[in-house]
Write a new protein. Structure first.
Length: 421
């Protein structure tokens, strides 16, 4: 969990402003949910492995006897009734179930907010971080995926983040492939954990780990032969019908294949070329995904810059009926250091440097005149050495400064000097 100095905070807010504006332009409405959710909801199996990283809020008023009883029973539910949200998807599912009567039939939501996970802190991983999510609830067809992909690509473009591509797959294809290779249903979860390491350990490493896990020998031999016959699968391939068909065993999940090919065709029709890549071994760790899944990648980085997918089964857990849903999240903490500084919000950002004895009323009058013409203005008391003061002002986004004379009353009389010189 981090503090942010003024210049860092300003950069983050300007980037978030660009993200919000881009999502709004694509028809998404922003919502807000509480930072805490019910303990049972956070630990209901909807959040996958992230549930293990949740920060739980202890019940108020517990005495020593209650703590001892909970410890002996090994029952965390006796200790906590709330928890900090570990993502924005579980809160969205609860939000939709609560407010469905007041929402459109197809609801396009934006959530941009901090979440908390008990991660082991390291580069790019924090215990408090901002997620930027867009979700479409109520649209069962591929229009949802197409809108999410185009909105995300437009947002990355607005941030000036060049060179990104999106890998795409479908959970139904993954399961179909495992079945075609001969893995038993009870093996699928553990096999996918291993397959998810393909880009790190390569085909040989995946096969070795599957053997060490004592997966079905014939199935391991089948996937090994598949890797040997299709080395291109170490990298993502295009999203046309012929390319997808060539990358898969025959007859695997034809409906899912058709949907992916249609998504690729729709984006090409919209002028998006060479950005979508089919990766038949893209897994993504969330257990709630039911269909298409996607990840943002950049050639200069080994980690994902965001991702998402279809999670049709989640909201039904709250409503008692199936509701289609699909979402995409940009990893804000990972991209913020990669993007160039967005343009400042004000055309003018002026520091007025004054003496200690300056008349406050006159200073405020000068400031008000500049603010009225649209400038951002800060008052700074003059120091013996102006250089550190002006350097800090420039780092905070100010573009010019002026020394305020003892008799200056009109802002037009100020001698503005650039801070970039």
């Amino acid at each position: 969990m981090r503090d942010f100095l003024p210049a860092e905070k300003a950069k983050r807010e300007r980037a978030l402003g660009l993200i919000r504006a881009s999502y709004a332009a694509h028809g998404f409405d922003e919502i807000e949910t509480p930072v805490v959710e019910d303990f049972g909801r956070l630990h209901s199996g909807l959040g996958g492995d992230n549930e293990k990283l949740a920060f739980n809020v202890m019940k108020r008023g517990l005495d020593a006897a209650a703590l001892q009883a909970a410890a002996e029973a090994d029952d965390p539910d006796q200790l906590a009734d709330l928890g900090l949200r570990f993502d924005l998807t579980v809160p969205l599912a609860r939000f939709y179930a609560t407010h469905r009567a007041n929402l459109p039939q197809v609801f396009r939501a934006v959530q941009i907010a901090p979440v908390w996970r008990a991660e082991r802190p390291q580069k790019g991983r924090y215990r408090q971080f901002v997620q930027c999510d867009i979700d479409i609830i109520g649209e069962a067809g591929i229009l949802a995926e197409i809108e999410l992909l185009t909105a995300t690509l437009a947002t990355l473009d607005s941030l000036g983040l060049e060179g990104c591509s999106i890998r795409i797959n479908d959970r139904r294809l993954l399961i179909g492939m495992l079945e075609a290779f001969g893995f038993a249903a009870e093996e699928h979860a553990s096999v996918l954990i291993t397959v998810d390491k393909l880009d790190k350990v390569g085909p040989t490493g995946v096969v070795e780990e599957l053997r060490s896990r004592e997966a079905t020998p014939a199935a391991v031999e089948a996937i090994e032969a598949y890797f040997a016959g299709a080395p291109v699968l170490a990298q993502a391939v295009g999203l046309t019908g012929s390319e997808v068909a060539a990358a898969l065993p025959a007859g695997v999940a034809p409906d899912a294949v058709a949907e992916l090919v249609s998504i690729g065709a729709a984006l090409r029709e919209a002028g998006v070329e060479g950005v979508l890549k089919f990766d038949p071994f893209l897994v993504r760790g969330m257990g709630y995904y039911t269909g298409t899944i996607f990840e943002i990648e950049h050639p200069d980085f080994s980690f994902s810059l965001g991702g998402g997918g279809r999670y049709d089964g989640m909201i039904g857990r709250f409503l008692g009926e199936e509701v289609p849903a699909c979402g995409f999240s940009i990893g804000f903490e990972r991209i913020i250091d990669l993007i160039d500084e967005p343009e400042a919000a004000h055309a003018e950002a002026i520091v007025l440097v004054h003496d200690k004895a300056a008349d406050p009323t006159r200073l405020l009058s000068l400031k008000a005149q500049l603010v009225a013409r649209g400038a951002r203005v800060r008052l700074e008391r003059r120091t013996k050495n102006l250089t550190p003061l002006l350097d800090r002002a420039a780092a905070a986004g100010f573009t010019s400064f002026a020394l305020v004379g003892w008799d200056t009353t009109d802002a037009a009389e100020l001698d503005l000097k650039s801070l970039s010189a």
